[in-house]
Design a protein around this ligand. Sequence first.
Ligand code: SAH
Length: 454
Amino acid sequence: MDYLPLFCQLRGKACLLVGGGEVAERKARLLLKTGANLRVCATHFSPQFQLWQQTGEVTLTEAHFSPGMIDECWLVIAATDNERVNQQVSEAAEAQRIFCNVVDAPEGASVIMPSIVDRSPLMIAISSGGTAPVMARLLREKIEAILPQHLGKMAAWAGSLRQRVKDQFSEMGQRRRFWEKVFNHDRLAQTLANQDAAQAEKLTEALFSEPLEHKGEVVLVGAGPGDAGLLTLKGLQQIQQADIVVYDRLVSDEVMELVRRDAERIFVGKRAGFHCVPQESINQILLEQAQRGKRVVRLKGGDPFIFGRGAEELEALLNADIPFSVVPGITAASGCSAYSGIPLTHRDYAQSVRLVTGHVQNNGSLDWENLAAEKQTLVFYMGLSQAGEIQQQLIAHGMESTMPVALVERGTSTQQRVVSGTLAELSTLATEVSSPALIIVGRVVALRERLRWF
Ligand code: SAH
């Protein structure tokens, strides 16, 4: 972290702005909003500054900058078009340990000004640490667009309720649940936007008097194959509201980064050399936590209903009458297909696609006859250790040994690797990649030559 974001209380505090032009005006406007006691020094002032002086909002000093001017200031901003002067201001501030912002020169400054989305009292500040201001600005525009204007009113309203909420709910979890109810209350938001205080009071009273839903629940969420951008919006909302997240090895670190910070995380995957937590124990964890009234997210790689044993976990909850829901995820086949440039179907080459488990031993034998048929794409999950068997059986059942195959390791992540060749080479290719990896068999694999992009 190169900069620590802070929100400064400047009301009534002396701040010095050096510069009297257009850029300085923009900074002045911002500082005036905070109620700062603004002094401006420049050799020439724009008409706006003159106006501000007449209305008593700023104090102007028409002079060259001198270090004495920053005495007793809390913040200094150098906004002249003269680099040398800006530098001088910055050095003087540094000498007195006063934070200083230098317009257009983050390297010469001890503070930088973020792009802001202002829904006071709610304030969002974005910074690229001076490296990519345009990116920060674009992000700001996006956030501006998705955040309703009335959000500030909602935040202010919440502020007025804080003490009462503290008094009424002793546990953190209860308070959080109450606040979530408040912030998800569309009608309350609309009422506040309409400035209908009486109605807002009424709705709020109802929120306080109805019981907080105390029954826990489990949400089975698909985390996608790796790239966090492939998580669904609903999945994101769920992991940000969870009390507890139960996850395994296939869930990427990138996705785990998005989990609500103070949610408890329980890892139930297999680590090299250790066995994974048995399925029954996982079922038990979900059950117990939900029975304690927790909002549990069971986060799984890919899609929870595709080779994810999601159904088994839900059965256990069903028996105990625990409410649950399921949020799908992008399964490895879709993710790997897209990121390797191998479409799974194609009008000329494949009219169907089959997702197959490579764990043949555990599932009895596969219907090799059907799998070897033409005009389809096969995607093997968990197939690495069985690559030899897959190769041998498909060829034995009539598939051409020149059929294109691809192995996609850690698909969609920045470490994605793809190796390809023919079916006859499959077992050798499998020794070149490590888990997790998918095996794709079919004529569509040849399209990668032209469609690879990642
Ligand atoms: N529910 C998951 C699959 C779990 S089975 C899903 O829908 O994707 C585990 C197998 O999935 C692994 O052995 C591997 O074959 C495949 N897999 C999962 N993530 C993968 C990834 N990022 N790249 C390649 N294969 C992956």
